[in-house]
Design a protein. Structure first.
Length: 141
């Protein structure tokens, strides 16, 4: 009986400071290795989101072209019928024109320099060019 009480007291005393420091050091090492990977995945997800959105815009632009007979002059033509579009059968997008994940407007130009139209996001920095997350994401590549 005395032996059981001693064992219970030993279990109830908790962790030592050294044990807590070792656990905290292990958690810090895990965070140091995992943190950059998580941020890298988040950046990739934003770029993937833009690529999907550009593909959706491109489909809507192509449908507009089939219905109206010409390309829209702006992305807003996909939501509201322009006065000169007699066969407009939209809206071609279900909602308003969204901003890219970095809160910048998508760029649309018709006629385009790389095709019938150019559609792009300027990336995280919001200016043309750049590398990594700052690189432009374009419809023609």
């Amino acid at each position: 009986m005395n032996r059981t009480r001693t064992g219970i007291r030993h279990l109830a005393r908790g962790f030592t400071l050294a044990e807590l420091l070792v656990v905290m050091a292990i958690l810090a090492m895990i965070a140091a290795f995992a943190g950059p990977q998580i941020f890298k995945a988040l950046g990739g997800a934003e770029r993937d989101s833009v690529k999907v959105q550009i593909a959706n815009f491109s489909s809507a632009i192509d449908q507009y072209r089939l219905d109206v007979g010409k390309y829209p002059t702006s992305l807003n033509d996909l939501i509201e019928a322009p006065s000169d579009a007699r066969r407009w059968d939209g809206p071609y997008l279900k909602k308003t024109i969204p901003l890219d994940p970095w809160d910048n407007a998508y760029q649309y130009q018709h006629p385009g320099e790389h095709g019938d139209y150019d559609l792009l996001s300027l990336g995280a920095d919001g200016i043309p060019g750049g590398d990594g997350d700052n690189a432009d994401i374009v419809s023609w590549e």
